[in-house]
Design a protein around this ligand. Structure first.
Ligand code: M6R
Length: 625
């Protein structure tokens, strides 16, 4: 939540910052602001609302400087307004800060400052005051060897007093070419290219300048100047951040002719799934049968024989992918799996030990709830595997092993291609555990993978249903209530369908296991309700038909999502039936059946005139608890 970008040493630093903020806007869009430094002082322009408001203000009040710092906000403390927008200054205007995270002890710190007036209601502003105080106090550690104020030392001294999570970037009027950054439990990357220094919340903001970046680790600080980057730890001792090369380019982070990122990302799914499946089957040695290999996993195959329980931790859409993961692991590996809302995990007493495997799923790899849950498990010596889409992300770095999805950058707040590739990741993990535990023979593994390879083409077929889905959205975009129902692999998709619809169209939508409806939720059904039923051919199809009849009898309209083998039987029970190709494997079915629900939500939201890519109250990466 919140996006930060800083640039120093570039003639058009403000333009660069605004362009970077555009790519970070999905992290929060309640307000945006920029500060420039020059020897005459700091100049700030900030506006409530979307970045366009800031861009408009800058048109009327151009700023020019070679050092600039920008922020796009997802509000935590203080309403979205001009005064609460970042950057924040100290009262003398000497120091400016931008912050992503929450300073939990800000009230104590404010009280310690005494009778000082604050210009905002945020938790962040106090940090600017404290740093300015450090710089002013001549006898503090915030002094360089030559006696001049040392911004990095001042920031280190202040950060030692902070509780909470923060990615901070600081500039000071008396050191105009320097950016100082600090990181604790919120992402921050730094980079240097052609005499320009950069920092940002994620690579999307920097990809047009460089693909060589370094992620700061918790407790690290950096001084960024046009001449170079100095990274130190909390004691000021030189430290090494996590350097890596980004394997996608600017084009991948742009809309490329689509009206919205969400639509583009829906259409990228065949390729993203193919990329995630690529090159997984290899012979371990010449003459040996090919085996599924997950090289990034970094956990020895033998270790899986010692695992007697799996926890999958995730939030939101990633949690729904984890629900498919449970089916896959239990089916192929025969290990019991619990899927847990990550934000709940560490606040109860989960039974976790070294024989428990934890799989943490997160597109961004920066979701604080998931990171904290995984850390809790590691403290109890459970091995943790991170299933993420972002190389170098915090979760990927902190886990014992990992598996990357290869979805490329996902910009829309509503997750689509990340979800389908996470399901692929879960299927691969389930199959791999089954292979490692000797429950699935090599020939079966090869056969199943060969079937998975047919999924991208099947996805292309599903995408051709777009016209039909637009018509269905026309018909249903004003319904009062939508219930999604499914069983087995259809249940996670029902849940994901409901999440997609509510998050971008703001329609009331819920999901239930189809068999659970009669235990309460069916009371909600009345004429005018819409029920979306996941009803592919398979072992639960007959039961789904009964449940469809139950809601139809109570006046609901039914939109059934069937497959080639089930739709003939569905037509007499549903108002509308959509026919998907038969999936090449039952557990790959969710990868196909979620796509019509993504498109349906997309069309409903656009018909209702909502902001598809930036839905209200949300942010793409949730770095606060
Ligand atoms: O980056 P993560 O996968 O950890 O994000 C978890 C959720 O915040 C995310 O999946 C959210 O539910 C989606 N944006 C919904 O479309």
């Amino acid at each position: 939540m919140c996006g930060i970008i800083g640039i120093t040493g570039h003639a058009a630093a403000v333009d660069g910052v605004v362009a970077g903020l555009r790519r970070l806007e999905y992290r929060g869009y309640d307000s945006a602001g920029v500060v420039t430094t020059d020897p005459e002082g700091l100049r700030v322009v900030k506006r409530a609302g979307k970045l366009d408001n800031l861009a408009g203000a800058l048109d009327g009040q151009p700023l020019s400087a070679s050092t600039a710092l920008g922020h796009t906000r997802w509000a935590t403390h203080g309403e979205p307004s001009d005064r609460n927008a970042h950057p924040h200054l100290d009262p003398s205007g000497r120091v400016a800060i931008v912050h992503n995270g929450i300073i939990e002890n800000y009230q104590t710190l404010k009280a310690e400052l005494g009778d000082v007036r604050f210009a905002s209601d945020t938790d962040s502003e106090v940090v600017a005051h404290l740093i300015a105080e450090q710089l002013t106090a001549s006898s503090t550690a915030a002094t360089a060897a030559d006696g001049t104020p040392d911004l990095l030392a001042a920031v280190r001294a202040v950060v030692a007093r902070l509780e909470g999570a923060y990615a901070l970037c600081v500039v000071a009027a008396d050191d105009p070419e320097t950016l100082v950054v600090a990181k604790h439990e919120a992402p921050l990357i730094v980079a240097q290219a052609e005499g320009v220094g950069y920092c940002a919340s994620d690579v999307a903001a920097l990809i047009e300048h460089t693909n060589e970046v370094a992620a700061l680790l918790d407790g690290q600080f950096a001084r960024i100047t046009p001449q170079g980057i100095e990274v130190v730890d909390v004691d000021g001792v030189p430290a090494t951040p996590h350097a890596y090369t980004v394997d996608w380019d600017l084009a991948a982070a742009e809309k490329q002719g689509y009206d919205h990122f969400m639509l583009k990302e829906i259409h990228e799914q065949p390729q993203a799934v193919a990329d995630t499946l690529l090159d997984r089957l290899n012979a371990p040695a010449p003459g040996l049968p090919p085996r599924l290999q997950l090289d990034e996993l970094r956990i020895d195959e033998g270790e899986f024989s010692r695992i007697d329980k799996v926890f999958i931790l995730a939030c939101g859409t990633s949690l729904h992918a984890g629900m498919v993961g449970k089916l896959a692991i239990e089916h192929w590996a025969g290990i019991p799996v619990d899927v847990e809302v990550a934000s709940e995990f560490r606040y109860r007493d989960p039974i976790v030990d070294p024989h428990t495997l934890v799989i943490a799923i997160s597109q961004s790899g920066e979701t604080i709830d998931t990171i904290a849950g995984a850390a809790h498990a590691r403290n109890q010596r459970a091995p943790v595997i991170a299933l993420t889409n972002v190389v170098g992300s915090t979760l990927a770095r902190e886990a014992d092993g990992g598996l990357y999805t290869h979805a490329g950058p996902e910009v829309a707040v509503a997750s689509t291609k990340a979800f389908t590739t996470q399901i692929v990741g879960c299927l691969l993990l389930g199959l791999y555990f089954g292979q490692a535990r000797g429950r699935v023979y090599s020939s079966e593994v090869a056969d199943i993978l060969e079937r998975f390879d047919r999924v991208p083409d099947a996805l292309r077929e599903v995408l051709e249903l777009d016209g039909q889905l637009r018509e269905l959205a026309q018909r249903y975009h004003d319904v009062d209530y939508t219930m999604f129902i499914g069983r087995h692999a259809g249940l996670p998709i029902a849940m994901e369908g409901a999440l997609k619809l509510k998050e971008i169209s703001y329609l009331h939508a819920e999901a239930f296991p189809a068999g659970e409806m009669k235990h309460g939720p069916i009371a909600l059904i009345e004429p005018g309700s819409l029920v979306v039923a996941l009803a592919p051919a398979g072992h639960v199809f007959g039961k789904m038909v009964s449940n469809i009849q139950e809601v139809r009898a109570r006046g609901a309209s039914v939109l059934a999502i069937g497959t080639a083998g089930s739709t003939a039987a569905l037509t007499e029970h549903a108002d509308d039936v959509l026919t998907l190709p038969e999936p090449p494997h039952e557990l790959a079915g969710p990868i196909l059946s979620v796509v019509p629900l993504q498109l349906f939500s997309y069309h409903v939201a656009t018909l209702r005139g909502e902001d598809v890519d930036q839905p209200r109250n949300l942010a793409k990466t949730v770095t606060v608890e």
